[in-house]
Every structure is written in C-alpha cells, then in structure tokens.
Design a protein around this ligand. Structure first.
Ligand code: GUN
Ligand code: ZN
Length: 431
C-alpha cells in the first residue's frame, strides 16, 4: 500500500453548476490523500491532516483540478493540426484522408500514439474519447500505448466503407474487426471501446446497420461519431437520406442514438434533434476551436440548455487548433455570446471534467476528484505568463479560472498526475 498527501488549493465540480447551485467543491488550503492511485480522502488541510499522522505530504503550488477529459479528438490527426483548407469536406480530402492512410503501418501508428499521449498529458488531459483510423492496427497501437501508461481512455476503429480509395473497409470487415477489438480491449485495464462510424456520409446503410448491431451486441461500448457540423456536410446528408427527418434521425434509424452515444459538434441542430438527444440521454461533444477553424459555426448553448442536452468539451484535433481544454473552454465562451449565452467559467470547467466524464460513462472513476475516484489530476499555474500574473493578482476564483481559460493553455499546466503519479512536470524532471 502506498499513501501520499498533496497539499494545495483544490477545485472541482460535483455536478453541472447550471443545474446544481451547490456543485462547487473548493478548498483554499486543501489536502488530497491518495492511496494506491485512488482518492482516499479530501478536505481542508487543517481538518484532515490530523487524521493522517505521519503522512508524507507534498505541497503543490497552483490550482489542483481533476484531470481534463477530451470528449472528442482524433489521435491520427495530431501532425495535421493547422492545415490550410476550405471548410470541412475540402480539408478532409486535402489533408486528413492522406494522413490517415499512413496508419496502415503499425510502427507509424505506435509512434503517433506515443506522441499524442505525450501531448495530451502536457496539456493536462488525462482521459479522452479518441478516433483511430479505419485500420484496426491504429486502435491496437493506441490502446497498447494507453494501457502501458495506465491511462483511462476510450477509442475505436473508424467505420467508413464509402471513404476514399485506400481508406475504406466493408460492412463485414467493420463488424469482424470491431468485434475482435472489443473482445481484446473493452474493459481491460482502464480502457473502453467506442463503435466509431466516421459520419453519415462515409458509411453505407449496410455499414450503419452493422454499427447498430455491434452496439446492441456489446452493451457496455460507446457510439462515437460526428453530427451536424458544417453546412455543406449537412446539405449532403439531407440529399442522400431523403427519408430521414433530420441528420440525427439518420443515426436513429440504425439504433445509434442511445445514452451511450457521443456526437461531436451538433452545431446546426433542429429543435427535434435536441429533444431526441435529451430524451435518449445521448451527449454532444462541443468543439469550439474546431468549429471556428473550419468555419462550421458556433454551438448554440441556449438551445441545448432549453432541452437539457448533455454536454462535454472536445478539442477535435486536427480540426481544433489546440489540445488545451482550458483554451477550448475560453473559445466555448466566445462561441456562446452571439446566441446570448455567456458560458460561466465554472461551467466550462465542468464541461471539461465531469460533463465529459458523464458522456464517456467514466464518471464513476474520474472527473470530480472525489473520494473513491482514481487520482488523475492537474496542477494549474494561473501566473504562467507575466500578463496572466497581472490579471489574476488578487482576483476571485471565478476570475482566475476565466483568465486561465481565455489566456491559458499548455503553458499553464504545471504538473499532470495519473493514478497519483506525476507524469508531466513543466518545471523539471519527473520524480
Ligand atoms: N467529419 C468526418 N470526419 C471528420 C474529421 O475527421 N474531423 C471533423 N472535424 N469532422 C469530420
Ligand atoms: Zn472530429
């Protein structure tokens, strides 16, 4: 048994603050007691410390928050971040599909998986819902790398039988390879599988039916895809699926809208879709930096809140412009303003922690830094730059958090811990 104490300012949210006024948990001088990778106890240092005489306590300078959780990201697109193109479909053809073809090579996939995980941890992200490519080996490489680091991750092989040449599977391959990956990886260590049709345009009806059958046959797995992201994509979906009531209905007809479904974007949703999302318990991964970068539009928080749609926050690298969920939280605020929604900084933090955890069905384990949860956490530095130091001097907790979101990024991540072990230390060597 190993037991360690971490002393510092601790902040987390137990619920969505838009729903529960008592969601905030904050200890200005707190103690986190970690035993064998889990939170054994947490509270005010003065009250808790006497219960643990002789405890080795490490003092952490900064703001301790739960490890951030990226609800939508593509690891194979890491090196294609900042690729110049004309909105989604053009960008996919020019940059993304060629890059993804290289993941037929397991050595390439393994190298990128390691680089991606290094970057995630540097940005304070400890869990994510991750797209692989159409190649099963891309998911093998990712899960193997995540398992070796002890990370809680969700990933899946992309289904795309209508994709470009060299990047296509068939409905039968999709079924066979996904089922084999589920058998091998789902529920192993801290890993979860997600059935991952790329989007409606790259799967035949037969393959969407396979996705539905996989979900039905494997009750614990997630469904992960894109929804209503960009105007041209939406027009093409409407032209192909003339019987569907809307984009979400395309997925619904194949049994893909469930409480275990995560849809990236949902920038342009009719009210009917929002009602159906809320009723089913499915969630949206809001990806503001991607939506700005590809000119897709801005997520409508007012509409989502009206229907009670579950939300998390995603970077959507490579369309996103930063892996930082702090930075994406700041952009989510900017995306909300035109439709009259000023995203509260505490709610932005919720989206990137407990909100995403709920979408990924890992909220029993991570996202709140609560007693019994796994000890994945991050130490933020709200004085990471001279200007941030000026802005946060004497500021309230909400102001400091907002400054971290608007001005901060990986520079503001001082340390990242996984299961109580330091895996990123901005200021020095790992212990
Ligand atoms: N829609 C289908 N594929 C993709 C992708 O790789 N990135 C984004 N942003 N949208 C998509
Ligand atoms: Zn995406």
């Amino acid at each position: 048994m190993t037991r360690t104490g971490f002393r510092g300012e601790i902040l987390s949210l137990a619920h969505d603050p838009a729903e529960a006024p008592d969601a905030l948990r904050h200890e200005a001088d707190g103690l986190l007691v970690v035993e064998d990778g889990r939170v054994l106890a947490r509270g005010a240092f003065a009250e808790l410390a006497p219960r643990f005489p002789g405890l080795a306590v490490e003092r952490l300078e900064g703001l301790i928050i739960p490890g951030l959780i990226d609800a939508h990201v593509h690891y194979p697109q890491l090196d294609r971040i900042a690729s110049h193109g004309a909105q989604l479909l053009d960008w996919l053809e020019r940059h993304i599909f060629p890059a993804e073809k290289a993941f037929a090579d397991p050595a390439h996939a393994a190298r990128l998986a390691e680089a991606f995980l290094d970057e995630l941890l540097r940005h304070g992200t400890t869990s994510a819902l991750v797209f692989g490519t159409v190649h099963a080996v891309s998911v093998e490489a990712f899960f193997a790398a995540a398992e070796a680091r002890g990370l809680r991750m969700v990933c899946g092989k992309v289904l795309m039988d209508l994709g470009p040449q060299g990047l296509r599977d068939s409905p039968e391959e999709a079924r066979r390879e996904s089922a084999a990956l589920i058998r091998r990886w789902h529920g192993r260590a801290r890993l979860t599988y997600a059935v991952t049709p790329r989007f409606a345009l790259t799967s035949s009806d037969a393959q969407l039916a396979v996705a539905g059958a996989l979900l039905a046959a494997h009750p614990g797995v997630l469904l992960h895809t894109h929804l209503a992201e960009n105007p041209r994509e939406i027009a093409e979906v409407a032209a192909r699926f003339t019987d569907a009531r809307d984009y979400l209905d395309v997925y619904d007809r194949f049994g893909l809208v469930t409480e275990r479904s995560v849809f990236a974007h949902g920038v342009h949703l009719p009210d009917r879709s929002c009602a159906r999302l809320a009723q089913s318990g499915a969630g949206i991964a809001v990806c503001p930096s991607s939506n700005f970068f590809l000119g897709s539009g801005m997520f409508d928080f007012v509409q989502a809140e009206r229907y009670g749609v579950r939300l998390g926050l995603g970077s959507d690298i490579g369309a996103g412009t930063s892996l930082s969920l702090l930075h994406n939280g700041g952009l989510a605020y900017q995306a909300g303003l035109p439709s009259g929604y000023a995203l509260d900084p505490l709610r932005a933090l919720w989206l990137a922690t407990g909100g995403s955890a709920r979408l990924l069905h890992i909220e029993h384990a991570v996202g709140m830094l609560a007693e019994g949860q796994e000890a994945d956490f991050v130490v933020l530095d709200d004085k990471a730059t001279p200007l941030m130091a000026r802005r946060t001097e004497g500021a309230s907790l909400a102001e400091r958090l907002f400054a971290l979101q608007v001005l901060g990024d990986d520079r503001a991540v001082r340390r990242t811990y996984v299961l109580g072990q330091c895996v990123w230390n901005r200021d020095g060597e790992l212990q």
